[in-house]
Write a protein that binds this ligand. Sequence first.
Ligand code: AMP
Length: 448
Amino acid sequence: MEAKNVKGTRDILPNETGGFLRMESLLNTIAELFGYHEIRTPILEHSEVFSRGVGEGSDIVRKEMYTFLDKASRSVTMRPEFTAGIIRSFVQNKMYATEDLPVKLFYKGPTFRYERPQLGRYRQFSQFGVENIGSSSPYNDAEVISLAYSMLTSLGLTDVKLKINCLGDQETRDNYRNALKAYFEPHLESMCSDCKERFVLNPLRILDCKVEEDHKLALGAPKIKDYLSDASKDRFEKVKEALRINNIEFVEDDQLVRGLDYYSEVVFEFSYTSKKGVDYGALGGGGHYGNLVKELGGPDLPGVGFSFGEERLYDVLVDDGLLVSKVPNIDIFVLPLGEENKGYALSVANRLRMYGFVTDMCAEDIKLGSMIKRALKKGAVFAVIIGENEVRNNKVIVKNLKENKQEEVNTSELINYFKALYGQGGGCSCGGSCCEGCEECNDKGDKE
Ligand code: AMP
């Protein structure tokens, strides 16, 4: 049997992981600059966290969750999104009582949705996002949107499109739901089976339908902006004004409802077409949620958050030449000549590694010429050649593969030799940048 990956999943290969890590590291840094701290919640949650949190009316809960009974017949679900699980943790750990509000959290990790796989759409994908929980100030909504925007621009994406909409407060949505029902009811017979269900569970979802006829019909539906309460209008104006002051361009889109039922007030979505003309779908989106904390057993506190799809983000960055997709080069390749010198060569390689030089060693029985070809293929600039004479005399041969020059170096001088060439490259094994050994880790470097 030829084993294959599960449909809708994607391997992130070694030539891609470096780019993913760099992208995540920048997102981490920016989240921390905004005062957010990382939270890690389990992939598995009790299913009701999502059915109550994300909403029975959402496509995610109705059709897309990986839900199963565990061996004790409890229904568990592999998270289809992060927010509900994070709010579960916020409530369970009583963060609302122990921390100043808002609590600012960021997260990253895999999520699972049984969707129809296509370009930019997987059944397992990773999200990176934030939650700002516990404050009702509209300026937290604006901060979260500007955080997402800063992340995208810092990654180098200069032409992102931001769409925003206001779904209003409870009063707004009750009135609007009635207006939508009155509008869609006469057409219900001809609408798709999903929309028939949406009509009952949450008619707002019909606005998101991708079936052409239903989509056309939805364009003529009443607009939520005509139903906003004064409080929601005022709040939305404040968010928009804050975005303008921060030079964040946006367009208002009254069809934007987003796929999760917990949203209220402002919702937003970022899209981008890569320079190759590829549109992988929304890069990310989010919004304000009024009732989720209460719905999951906590106090009556609102929150706001967003999440990016990491695969989509990575793909547009690679398409636009903003991330290089390749396996990183190594610095030094250690080449033992003869089986009996390999243990010693390994100790030399390990020492170089502890000083921060990316080092590989050839343990296979192949000719020196082939070893050098391997070293060049791995991008090594230097080879350290170790034969019987070198072991006996405590020396090694350092060969500069670019200049094709070589010289003998005392083994005890090897670290300093490379430090001189690489400047601060390497460093002490304690992780500091000292060069002659470090008292903290009691490493005497080459003074030994
Ligand atoms: P959502 O949780 O639905 O608001 O989605 C947030 C972001 O996650 C989207 O904007 C996408 O970038 C990403 N995303 C959602 N679903 C998928 C999927 N099936 N495959 C890849 N990325 C996804």
